[in-house]
Design a protein around this ligand. Structure first.
Ligand SMILES: Nc1ncnc2c1ncn2[C@@H]1O[C@H](COP(=O)(O)OP(=O)(O)OP(=O)(O)O)[C@@H](O)[C@H]1O
Ligand SMILES: [Mg+2]
Length: 424
């Protein structure tokens, strides 16, 4: 064991040969490619968007799905790379990528060269290229990662420009004749309709041509396959799942830490493991928090607070019946559930919400501890939309108590129950 190389992937998209699970989504993506149709995939930080698009660039995967890759020009672009985002730069980059992928194509190369000589690239140039691809019985698979970067407007790219750009993409993929030679697969952190420009009767329905699929947290089988690479007892795997939830990036990080600790033959405690884990992954929790809107953040705080009783000895607070609030905010809770932040279980015929990762829960409590009077004031409006005045007082009382008594929740051990037991 001491000299083995680390089998976990951290810091880069997972290689196709180490890619785990997602069978159904792979089949759906190839259905869309086969039909020259479009797909929008959304998933939170580290859920595997880039890895999934990267998988679709593998010719072996195409062959295993029974589709001939030799006719396809597969282009991957992360939209965040175009900084600041400008449509002309975007079209140009795509045309350049097509040029690189079609070096042996003596028909296409001169056409592309000529188009690139123009001062500004447009969607029309790409449409023109698609036409020639089609004539040669080829087609383009456009894999656009972090597509949401295209709807962040700035001083040189106004809200109207965003709408124009998005409707150009729709036009290309849905209305133009050349759509028959194009399949667009895009990823984003949130579902496109939640993040991009809202639809109104006057606006082009810019996302209606996509099939929507979500990258969900790994299920039990997927977690099991990921840990097949190392010797692991089911108790330890459960402990890791408790802190990492089903998030692939968090699971891979936990696997890596375990592997490193074993290799260096360190004695490990649950607490040390959890601290290393937080050091390696804190940004995921922070991103998850920041990607949530005020209402979602408040719901997360309430869920964390409602669980706190079992974690701190000194129960000096009473939240009142916050289950009533949860029952009124079903939609937001389902959304958080789908994004892999929380899960719902039934306990004694009652619905109970839990954090997918206990470290996320710990992180939210830390956030509450840092809520000073001013921040409480900022949140008050959201609180009042959710609960009665009396309840707001109860909840803000608890928040004040926690921020004044931070030592109550200091030890991370309380959040890593199963791990702590395993390493004890
Ligand atoms: N299907 C998978 N099989 C194995 N590991 C995976 C899989 N998907 C993702 N991972 C792991 O999760 C990590 C993060 O994946 P990836 O970068 O693809 O996620 P992402 O959704 O693009 O994240 P971000 O929001 O940061 O862009 C990878 O380093 C990889 O280790
Ligand atoms: Mg990514």
């Amino acid at each position: 064991m001491a000299s083995t190389r680390n089998p976990f992937t951290v810091g880069q998209p997972v290689a196709p040969e180490s890619f785990v699970g997602r069978k159904n989504l792979i089949a759906i993506a190839f259905d869309q490619i086969y039909n020259r149709s479009n797909l929008a995939i959304w998933g939170g930080p580290g859920m595997g968007k880039t890895s999934f698009l990267n998988l679709l660039t593998s010719h072996q995967v195409w062959q295993s799905e029974d589709i001939d890759p030799s006719r396809a020009v597969i282009v991957y672009l992360n939209c965040l790379e175009i900084k600041p985002f400008m449509p002309a730069k975007f079209w140009r980059r795509i045309i350049n990528l097509i040029r690189e992928k079609t070096k042996d194509d003596s028909v296409l190369q001169p056409i592309i060269q000529k188009l690139l000589k123009k001062p500004e690239s447009t969607k029309e140039h790409l449409r023109y290229i698609l036409k020639f691809l089609g004539q040669q019985n080829k087609f383009l698979v456009l894999l656009l990662d972090d597509y949401n970067a295209t709807f962040r407007y700035h001083s040189q790219y106004t809200e109207t420009d965003v709408e124009t750009f998005l409707s150009e993409c729709r036009n290309l993929a849905y209305h133009s004749l050349e759509r028959r030679y194009l399949s667009m697969i895009v990823t984003s952190l949130r579902r496109l309709n939640e993040d991009g420009p809202r639809l109104t009767p006057e606006k082009s329905p810019w996302y209606n041509h996509y099939a929507f699929q979500q990258l969900k947290p790994f299920n039990q089988n997927e977690v099991d396959s990921l840990f097949e690479k190392i010797e692991i007892t089911s108790e330890l795997r459960e402990g890791i799942e408790e802190i990492a939830g089903g998030n692939p990036a968090l699971l891979q990080n936990a696997g890596l830490i375990l592997h490193n600790k074993r290799r260096s033959e360190e004695t490990i405690s649950g607490e040390a493991f959890a601290r290393d884990f937080v050091d390696a992954t804190e940004h995921f929790f922070q991103d998850t928090w920041q990607l949530s809107n005020q209402l979602e953040q408040t719901l997360l705080m309430l869920i964390a607070l409602s669980k706190l009783a079992g974690r701190v000895e000194n129960k000096r607070y009473d939240l009142g019946d916050i289950n009533i609030i949860f029952s009124q905010k079903e939609r937001e809770l389902i959304d958080l559930e789908q994004r892999g932040v929380i899960k719902r279980i039934t306990e004694q015929e009652k619905t109970v919400y839990l954090f997918y990762s206990t470290i996320m829960e710990w992180w939210v409590i830390k956030e509450i501890e840092n809520t000073n009077a001013e921040k409480i004031k900022q949140r008050e409006k959201v609180f009042l939309n959710l609960m009665s005045h009396e309840q707001v007082e109860q909840v803000t009382g608890v928040i004040k108590y926690l921020s004044e008594n931070q030592e109550t929740v200091k030890s991370i051990v309380k959040w890593v129950g199963k791990l702590a037991m395993y390493f004890a």
